[in-house]
Ligand binder design. Structure first.
Ligand code: NAD
Length: 439
């Protein structure tokens, strides 16, 4: 089976590569010529553990091609995935312009039966719009005889573990309206569910909603724990104990209940906003999600407020920042809490020296030289008034605190992810502040 993936970003590249890895012939399409040229040279646009070697291997074996030529690809494939971005529009709703542009292009080029699968995260009713956009082009071409099916196949991969998540998914969700498409989709995913994990086939609207409900639930867990953490701090309790206390209850589970400085990334913020918007336009305000978002906005300021409270005037102060990406093992900086904190510190007249194992290139792309970047995590500390731990990369988990104490101007640590042992740091003479902890 030959497949085409339109949009070669985090989702499209991982999807295309993993399908090629199980033996399918895949062409990944993008409008970004430079991205495609680089991929053809083995240069990846993103960092994702394990992805580079799979891309290079499958490209060499000619199972994975990269192109900007959508028309030829469509005419040569059986299934076409739409995996372009769906960024938030001004009113918070998902902007479907890229998805619908691709749908129209498909309608302009399709010659034989195709399953057109939306993998981008899109609101309920989008597949109907995709279908209408394709049909409109077929009418213009006077080719309404060409058959096609639409399907929804939301993606649940986590950045930082995307290859593993795709190769060994918890579940595959497929929204369909025709048996013909079901057969194709089941065949496509068979190699990925040999472990017995389910392929859940449902109607298209439910599949579209499943993706939003999943992200909204995860964002809710995070905001709930951050709210409890802030209360713990006031009352003298410790969120780390509370987390373990509730996480051992299987009805609650121990994942996604870590307190921190708010969720970020390219998905949760925009998907929560989009679902709130969908609720409002459908006459059903999503009250819980409105609070989830409100708590998250507040949480992004918690560390900055602690810094301000501790130091007072920040003018002329220098801060060492460990971690820029929105979470470990990715270079994705979209909606990263680090950006909010950096913005605050710079506006207050402070300077920032930052280190991130992977995301500094992307950070430079977004915020340029407004901060300084160092190649070694300890180099950020020289002469700084405090260390700010922003992203919990594994290499930050057990640092040399003696060295940190010598390099910092003041022995002050703000731990935005609660990865350090506050009691230990206080014993070593540090001022330590975490999130919802009372060491
Ligand atoms: N990133 C994630 O972790 C993740 C996880 C699950 C779902 N999603 C969803 O998947 C979708 C894609 O997300 P992403 O993070 O991969 O986005 P991305 O921004 O990394 O990639 C999108 C790509 O689409 C390309 N593109 C835009 N218009 C195009 C067109 N007309 N033709 C060809 N290519 C075009 C862009 O150049 C870009 O390379 C979004 O809807 C997102 O919500 C993302």
């Amino acid at each position: 089976m030959k497949i085409g993936i339109v949009g070669t970003g985090y989702v499209g590249l991982v999807t295309g590569t993993c399908f090629a890895e199980v033996g399918l012939e895949v062409t990944c399409i993008d409008i970004d010529q430079k991205k495609i040229d680089n991929l053809n040279k083995g240069i990846l646009p993103i960092y994702e553990p394990g992805l580079e070697e799979l891309v290079i291997k499958n490209h060499q074996k000619k199972r994975l091609q990269f192109s900007t030529d959508l028309k030829t690809t469509i005419q040569d494939t059986d299934v076409i995935f739409i995996a372009v971005g769906t960024p938030p529009g001004e009113d918070g709703s998902a902007d479907l312009k890229y998805v619908l542009q691709v749908a129209s292009q498909i309608g302009q080029s399709i010659e034989n039966y195709q399953v057109v699968v939306t993998k981008s995260t899109v609101p309920v009713h989008t597949s109907e719009k995709v279908k209408a956009a394709i049909q409109a082009e077929l009418v213009k071409r006077n080719r309404t005889d060409i058959p096609f099916s639409v399907a929804s196949n939301p993606e649940f991969l986590k950045e930082g573990a995307a290859v593993d998540d795709f190769m060994k998914p918890d579940r595959i969700v497929i929204g369909l309206e025709e048996e013909r498409a079901e057969e194709v989709m089941r065949k496509l995913y068979k190699p990925f569910v040999l472990n017995g994990h389910p392929v859940l086939v449902m109607d298209i609207k439910s599949a579209e909603m499943t993706k939003y409900a999943a992200n909204a639930m995860l964002a809710t867990k995070i905001s709930f724990m951050n709210d409890i953490a802030n209360l713990c701090e006031i009352l003298g309790a410790d969120i780390n104990h509370v987390r373990k206390g509730i996480g051992s209850d299987p009805r609650i589970g121990n994942k996604f209940i870590y307190a921190g400085i708010g969720y970020g990334g390219s998905c949760f913020p925009k998907d929560v906003k989009a679902l709130i918007k969908t609720g409002n336009t459908s006459g059903h305000p999503m009250r819980i999600l409105q609070s989830v978002e409100e708590v998250n906005e507040h949480q992004k300021t918690v560390l900055a407020n602690k810094i301000k409270k501790h130091f007072g005037d920040l003018k002329g102060r220098k801060f060492a920042l460990w971690g820029l990406s929105f979470k470990p093992k990715t270079d994705d900086m979209r909606e990263a809490p680090s950006l909010v904190i950096i913005d605050f510190l710079l506006k207050e007249g402070a300077t920032v020296s930052a280190y991130d194992p992977i995301a500094m290139h992307e950070a430079k792309h977004m915020i340029g030289d407004s901060i300084s970047y160092v190649e070694d995590m300890y180099d950020a500390l020289a002469g700084a008034d405090a260390l700010l731990l922003i992203t919990e990369w594994p290499e930050f988990r057990n640092p040399d605190f003696e060295k940190i104490g010598t390099l910092l101007k003041q022995k002050v640590v703000f731990d935005g992810r609660n990865i350090f042992d506050g009691k230990e740091l206080i014993q070593k003479g540090f001022v330590y502040q975490g999130i919802g902890v009372n060491p």
